[in-house]
Ligand binder design. Structure first.
Ligand code: ADP
Ligand code: MG
Length: 461
């Protein structure tokens, strides 16, 4: 049975006030104001939302914060659960009006917001720095850049969609904004919409909630160029995928340009319906690879010039050499170095750079992966890499496998069970046994021991 709900009710009220001030009125009204505290039972609070979509959204974006705030209010609280209230028990402050009610009540905030959205612009703001002029071209991104330029300059649709993919911080968003800027500058009458897949979902879910999907559809289906960033976030959400698919098809049928980005190629997008995946790959697929040293150095030089900062070439080279993860981190590192020098009023030096960035530099230190270890060890002992995963127990493959497990334990931070899984789903005791066995052999056989050390050095270099 529920505990004294009124005491909790007051606490819940305060939590909601707090959330409203944290996230702002508009967002609060869309997502959090319809939440109700339904029950508290043995330290578990149950919060009701009107729809499953909202439930997903709230869970993903606000649950941690709600739990923390409610926990501060109610010391005995252990967990918070979000559940969908049955439509019939929709007793609270006018969440999700029925169609009839909505039609009779023009002042309903939902109607108003949906109408605003229909007249206003769905497009997210564009970053003025993300233009073609500021995009530095290198081997890893020249194809994606050329494709983006073609789309921006063309007067007719050449390939649909343009699908850009690559890891984080490698310039996908930059290129999409650049396309939008270019088209808007060239022909302001063309409607270009850029938004993240998350925003697309948000708009769609909101339209569903206010039962105004018509306006939503119209809005998207009347654009000249639609760009959706990070579509991997749509995967796994069937209704949104469906809507995205319909919107996408409608635009392509009308010969409008669609540009998509994702962190993976269309065929690797997990949780994406097959027909959508294959459809996304119909146009031109361009990937952005990891940066190389030359590109990193020219990006840094370019950026330093923009910052109007006097950064010694030695420092730029050092950064280009050390920060290999992605361009965002690279830029962040340069910004930090420049900001630090400005603050302390000293010239930028290599020593100061190493000092300011020591945490970042450590994180960018090369980490050996289990896969690399398996590959190197297999090559060394002349066995197939698949033998690392196979159940075969013959000494000729079992021993190298044990060496690889031993090195995995030494050179990575993986746990024994994790290592076991990477070796054909073996048990952690098998890994433990391998580690002991190799230690024992190393003690007994100096030739073998040198062999293992050699492998280790090769992997670490
Ligand atoms: P992604 O969307 O692929 O995660 P972004 O487009 O947000 O990456 O890029 C991250 C940062 O790196 C941005 O500040 C962007 O301007 C910058 N950047 C990425 N690639 C380049 C490039 N080739 N030239 C200049 N800046 C770049
Ligand atoms: Mg991006």
């Amino acid at each position: 049975m529920s505990e004294d709900l009124s005491a909790y009710g007051a606490a819940w009220g305060r939590v909601k006030d707090r959330l409203r001030s944290e996230i702002g009125d508009a967002e609060f009204k869309s997502w959090l104001s319809p939440l109700d505290l339904c029950a508290v039972d043995r330290g578990r609070a149950v919060i009701g939302v009107p729809t499953r979509f909202m439930g997903d959204w709230v869970r993903r974006h606000y649950l941690d914060r709600i739990t923390a705030l409610l926990g501060q209010e109610c010391k005995d609280l252990r967990s918070v659960e979000i559940t969908v209230k049955k439509a019939a028990s929709n007793r609270s402050q006018g969440v999700q009006a029925t169609r009839g009610e909505a039609a009779q009540s023009p002042s309903r905030p939902g109607r108003r917001r949906a109408a605003e959205a229909a007249n206003g612009d769905f497009s997210a703001p564009l970053d003025p720095r993300f233009n073609f002029d500021n995009f530095v071209i290198g081997k890893s991104n020249e194809f994606a850049h050329a494709a983006a330029r073609r789309v921006a300059e063309a007067n007719q649709v050449l390939f649909n969609p343009l699908f850009l993919y690559g890891g984080v911080g490698l310039g996908k968003t930059h290129l999409m904004h650049a396309i939008a800027w270019h088209i808007r500058a060239k022909d302001p009458s063309r409607r270009v919409i850029y938004l993240s897949a998350e925003k697309f979902m948000y708009q769609f879910i909101r339209a569903l909630r206010y039962q105004d999907t018509m306006a939503f559809k119209e809005q998207f289906r009347s654009v000249d160029v639609l760009m959706i960033d990070d579509v991997q976030f749509i995967s796994g959400r069937e209704t949104t995928q469906e809507e995205f698919f319909h919107t996408f098809n409608a635009l392509v049928d009308q010969n409008r340009q669609v540009v998509i980005s994702a962190d993976k190629s269309p065929s690797d997008l997990e949780g994406m319906k097959e027909r959508l995946r294959s459809r996304l790959g119909w146009g031109l697929v361009a990937d952005i690879h990891q940066t190389d040293y030359e590109l990193r150095l020219s990006i840094l030089a370019n950026k330093a010039e923009h910052l109007d900062a006097d950064v010694p070439l030695k420092v730029l080279e050092f950064l280009a050499h050390k920060i290999t993860s992605n361009v965002r981190e690279l830029e962040g590192a340069l910004n930090r170095v420049v900001a630090h020098a400005t603050l302390v009023g000293r010239d930028i030096s290599l020593e100061a750079t190493q000092d300011v960035l020591h945490d970042l530099l450590r994180a960018n230190d090369r980490r050996v992966t289990i896969e690399e270890i398996q590959k190197q060890v297999a090559a060394h002992f002349n066995i197939r890499i698949t033998d690392m995963h196979s159940p075969r127990r013959a000494r000729a493959v079992a021993r190298p496998r044990q060496v690889a497990m031993y090195l995995a334990k030494q050179l990575t931070t993986r746990s024994l069970p994790e290592i076991g899984r990477k070796f054909g789903g073996r048990d952690h005791t098998t890994v433990m046994h391998a580690v002991r066995k190799i230690e024992e052999l190393r003690g007994a056989d100096s030739g073998f021991s040198e062999d293992v050390d050699l492998l280790r050095r090769m992997l670490e270099s």
